[in-house]
Design a protein around this ligand. Structure first.
Ligand SMILES: Nc1ncnc2c1ncn2[C@@H]1O[C@H](COP(=O)(O)OP(=O)(O)OP(=O)(O)O)[C@@H](O)[C@H]1O
Length: 122
C-alpha cells in the first residue's frame, strides 16, 4: 500500500512538471498546436499504423525535449541569475537540441505526408 502511495506521489510530481511546462513555455504551446494539426491531418489521410507510430514518437520526443530544455533553463537560472558564459552555453545547447529535433520532425512529417498529399491532388 505504501509503495502504491509513493508511486502515485511520483506520478503527481511528474504531472506537475508537465503542467508547468505547458502553462509557462510559449514554445510548448506552439508544439501542442502543431501536434494537434498533425494528428488531424493524420486522421484525415487515414495513415497506416506504422506512420501513426512514427508521428506519435516524433511528437513525444519534441514534447520531452522541450521539458528537458525547460528544466535546464530553470536550473541555470537557479545557479546564476547573472550573465555567465557557461550559463549561455548550457541554455543555447539545450535550446539547440530542441531545434535539431524540430527540424528532423518537419522532415519526418514531409516524408510521411507528401505521398498522401500527391495522391490526393492527382
Ligand atoms: N545567465 C545567463 N548567462 C548568459 N547568457 C544567458 C543567461 N540567461 C540567458 N542567457 C542567454 O539568453 C538566451 C535566452 O535565455 P532565456 O532564459 O530567456 O531563455 P528563452 O530561450 O527565452 O526561454 P523561455 O522563453 O522558454 O524562457 C539563452 O539562450 C542564452 O543565450
Amino acid at each position: 500500500m505504501k509503495e502504491w502511495k509513493r508511486l502515485l506521489k511520483r506520478f503527481s510530481f511528474a504531472w506537475e512538471g508537465i503542467v508547468f511546462t505547458f502553462k509557462n513555455e510559449k514554445n510548448m504551446k506552439i508544439h501542442c498546436v502543431a501536434a494537434l494539426f498533425v494528428c488531424m491531418a493524420a486522421w484525415m489521410f487515414d495513415l497506416s499504423k506504422t506512420e501513426w507510430l512514427l508521428i506519435l514518437i516524433t511528437i513525444g520526443v519534441v514534447f520531452s525535449l522541450e521539458m528537458v530544455n525547460t528544466a535546464i533553463e530553470r536550473v541555470v537560472d537557479l545557479i546564476t541569475p547573472e550573465f555567465h558564459p557557461l550559463a549561455k552555453i548550457a541554455k543555447d545547447v539545450a535550446a539547440g537540441a530542441v531545434f535539431v529535433f524540430a527540424i528532423i520532425s518537419v522532415i519526418i512529417g514531409a516524408i510521411i505526408f507528401f505521398p498522401h498529399f500527391i495522391a490526393l491532388v492527382s
